[in-house]
Write a protein of this length. Structure first.
Lengths: 392, 261
């Protein structure tokens, strides 16, 4: 294999995109549009969510429990309530948790936040008795039918709890670990403070490179065959592997540019939180690109012209959108459909991308995904080289 | 089996003119079948250095299949062929051959220069040699003014000329031109044949397929193909003399008719 020849393929393909402005626009604008449309429809800030607040916390008076570090007494529920964002939540107070739960069931309110009677007591107890099973519990009973609203409610509560904790730990000089341990159960309700857009952005980056690479490769190779340039290449000293790798590099460049554009847009417009290593994320993008470029070459053998190539779009698009976990977690699709997701390579790409970007995981922690993507890329690339050798 | 009326046996062979002796392409019993259909049926012929060899025949006679086998695009079902002493599937031999397929076979969304630069890269030309060759080629096919134009904006004739220069850029010893003059206006056809003769004069072997019989007259030698078999081969003048006709078309029709009878 000659590097110079491989680069000739890469260069030509990239120059083609420079001249073909519309395709270039497709490459960059498609993922941006997805981020914008879905970001604003699903991920935008919601406000005025009706939530009922039931505060039964009797608090701690300094006389009641001597020996614990609250000289002025503690009304923890009041502290947390004060920090609840009242733009996001439209709070109404109530004394009857049974009634508010019923209101949630009836759909008249989205959620009810219930602070039990011994809330502050339990907090103090858990501070002085680390490892004790008694924990302070906020009961959040909420309507999960709208994930955006549900997550907004939980996020608001979580933020209020975090703010309260920060103040408590600094003013009372409690060790951070003890304090945060005391509040662990709060998170059991929440499922974190991820917004839809945070969840969605890593998926879009994976999805965009997959769509662009597959579609453009199919069309490029249909054209190579139809115009006869491929015949010319196969009658040249260029090896089939050099052709395929040359194109792979072009798509690697495209994938990098695309991902950076999407990332910057997502960070600037939606302030998404990327905690992981960007280079790992870009590596995953490239692996997805390599595999789907091979897939594109293989599929291109089944299409005689662009019109037939377009017909592959729904075939690739729908399984990826619906089953690969782009919009919602795989756990939330019907269980009889879940096994299908295992055969969609994008599933692993999206999974790896989320773990890297949102959880800050390293490659070692997503090794299964990485191995699947590498195997997929090797299979399709070898397959496409063999295909070119056999029938051009 | 000998034909009862004329006494010819199978394919008719005529001696090439004496001066062309160095054989460049050797084809022995070359056969290609697609399922039950035999596209090329035991063709044997030798092509010499500097010849313009025309493969003649109607559509479906096996011209393109033969050329594709010689270029390494199709694997022969049986038989053997070599170019410059090397088997046709040898990748290094493809460095010495040029191929202009049917149709445009260019990257429409790249400029003239980018297409040439790309094929220069494919054939491993050095930067200096490419610059030299590009200037020469663009002058040769008269496209100097269009160097930075997108191929999609060029006329059909210009694309044809560019396509030819892409096949010649790396100065191959042998060029295969598959119907290079189909859909080309008469004026450009004359120009193309001037190109071919100048190549031949430089010692380049040109193998060309065509179904225009008038073009075949300009070849050094022609092979007449019918349903995959070589029915006659030789210098156009000799063939006409032999058959007692004034045009190659008549030669073809007589031979084809006789075979069919």
């Amino acid at each position: 294999m000659k590097l110079k020849r491989i680069v000739a393929f890469t260069r030509r393909a990239l120059l083609q995109f420079r001249h073909d402005r519309r395709t270039l626009a497709f490459i960059l604008v498609m993922p941006l549009l997805m981020i914008l449309i879905f970001g604003y429809t699903f991920g935008g800030d919601v406000s005025g969510i009706k939530v009922a607040l039931v505060d039964q916390d009797s608090g701690i008076r300094p006389t009641n429990l001597p020996g614990i570090p609250f000289p002025q007494g503690l009304f923890l529920a009041d502290n947390i309530t004060a920090f609840l964002d009242t733009t996001t939540l439209s709070l109404q107070r109530s004394n009857d948790p049974t009634l508010t739960r019923k209101q949630v069931n009836d759909g008249t309110i989205w959620a009810t936040i219930i602070f039990p009677e011994n809330f502050s007591e339990n907090f103090a107890w858990s501070l002085s008795h680390p490892g004790s099973p008694i924990r302070p519990q906020i009961e959040v009973y909420l309507d999960g039918s709208n994930p955006t609203i549900a997550s907004a409610v939980l996020r608001t509560i979580t933020l209020a709890v975090q703010k309260t904790m920060r103040i408590l730990t600094s003013t009372l000089n409690i060790s951070q670990t003890n304090a945060s341990l005391a509040f662990e159960p709060v998170y059991a309700y929440g499922g974190g403070d991820t917004r839809f857009i945070d969840y969605f952005a890593p998926g879009v980056i994976s999805f965009a490179i997959m769509m662009v690479t597959t579609m453009i490769t199919i069309i490029l190779f249909v054209n190579e065959r139809r115009t006869g340039t491929l015949q010319r290449l196969l009658a040249s000293p260029a090896k089939e592997s050099e052709i395929v790798i040359g194109y792979s590099l072009a798509f690697a460049v495209i994938g990098l540019v695309q991902s950076v554009v999407v990332l910057v847009a997502a960070i600037v417009l939606f302030n998404i939180s990327v905690v992981g290593n960007i280079f790992f994320a870009l590596l995953v993008v490239m692996l997805i690109g390599f595999g789907h470029q091979g897939l594109g070459i293989l599929l291109s053998a089944g299409a005689r012209n662009e019109l037939q190539a377009i017909q592959f779009v729904p075939l690739i698009l729908f399984p990826s959108i619906l089953l690969a976990g782009l919009f919602w977690p795989i756990e939330s699709i019907p269980s009889y459909l879940q096994p299908l997701s295992y055969i969609i390579p994008l599933r692993y790409g999206i999974d790896a991308q989320r773990s890297i970007m949102l959880r800050g995981w390293g490659l070692g922690q997503v090794w299964v995904d990485i191995v699947v993507l590498i195997v997929f890329a090797m299979l399709t690339i070898t397959g496409s080289i063999l295909l070119l050798k056999r029938k051009g | 089996m000998t034909c009862p009326t004329c006494g010819f046996y199978g394919s008719v062979k005529f001696e090439p003119p004496g001066k062309r002796t160095e054989s460049v392409i050797n084809i022995q019993q070359l056969t290609k079948t697609f399922g039950r259909f035999t596209a090329v049926d035991h063709i044997t012929l030798t092509i010499h250095a500097g010849e313009i060899y025309g493969l003649l025949g109607p559509n479906g006679s096996g011209k393109t299949t033969t050329i594709k086998m010689l270029c390494g695009l199709l694997r022969p079902t049986s038989g053997h062929a070599s170019i410059l002493g090397k088997p046709i599937h040898d990748k290094p031999v493809m460095q010495q051959t040029g191929y202009m397929p049917q149709g445009t076979a260019l990257y429409l969304d790249n400029t003239v220069h980018e297409n040439l630069a790309f094929f220069a890269g494919v054939y491993g030309l050095t930067k200096d040699r490419f610059q030299q060759q590009e200037t020469q080629m663009l002058r040769f096919v008269n496209l100097e003014a269009w160097r930075d134009s997108l191929v999609s904006t060029l006329s059909g004739g210009m694309r044809h000329r560019l396509s030819l220069s892409c096949a010649l850029l790396h100065e191959p010893h042998v060029v295969f031109l598959d119907e290079p003059t189909v859909g080309v206006d008469p004026e450009l056809r004359v120009t193309f044949w001037e190109y071919f003769h100048s190549l031949s004069q430089k010692g380049v072997t040109v193998v060309i397929t065509t179904h225009y019989m008038d073009e075949a007259d300009r070849c050094t030698r022609v092979g007449l193909l019918r349903q995959g078999t070589l029915i006659a081969e030789g210098n156009p003048q000799d063939l006409k003399q032999q058959m007692g006709t004034t045009s190659l078309e008549d030669v073809y029709l007589r031979l084809a008719g006789r075979k069919a009878a």
